[in-house]
Design a binder for this molecule. Sequence first.
Ligand code: PLP
Length: 222
Amino acid sequence: MSEVAQRLKAVQDRIAKACERGKRDPSTVKLIAVSKLQSVELIREAYAAGQRDFGENYAQELRDKSAELADLKDIRWHAIGPLQSNKAKYIAKQAFAFHAVENLNVAQELSKRRSLPKLKLFIEVNVGGELTKSGVAPTEARGLYDEVRALPNLEVVGLMALPPLADDLNILRPYFRKLRAVAQQLGLKELSTGTTADFEVAIEEGATYVRIGTAIFGARES
Ligand SMILES: *Cc1c(COP(=O)(O)O)cnc(C)c1O
């Protein structure tokens, strides 16, 4: 077994245990392997071990890797980082989902450049109210949702958040709960939240997509 395959297995085991603790049906929690700044060789190893969903932060990197890995027909690319309108075309063409919708402009650009199947979207919510983080305020989520859901070729499926970092993970529970509450108010099912640092708590609090990089691929070269 490759090192990546072993790490992937360890992460899957931790996800299964978190599902038990949170009384969650494991089939409702999907793992996105965040491969930003990691090599295509490592992505192939994870794919060989059965992983199909991969997350990338940078539009050009997603474009280049999806071209290099075009032989992996059923791979799904998740764009998870902030996006500028002029790079939306790469995401519109190659991605399965975009997790960081925070304004109408980018959504319009994605809509214009997408053809079917619809691109799945997550509206990013700044649950911690942090100045350094992207996303709309919880109170602005409905307004943006109503504008974006009217656009063709897109399907808003949920909300995304990157809560503050904390040594004591219990401090994070209110942020995950806030995200779930806002999604419920909007009638949205999917919650994209939880990274290497906090995915188990995120699952206990309702995450349906966890985005995990370091625990699977090791530290990133930057
Ligand atoms: C990098 C990144 C992740 C993964 O972070 P790890 O700590 O490596 O698990 C998840 N979500 C977003 C938005 C990221 O940028």
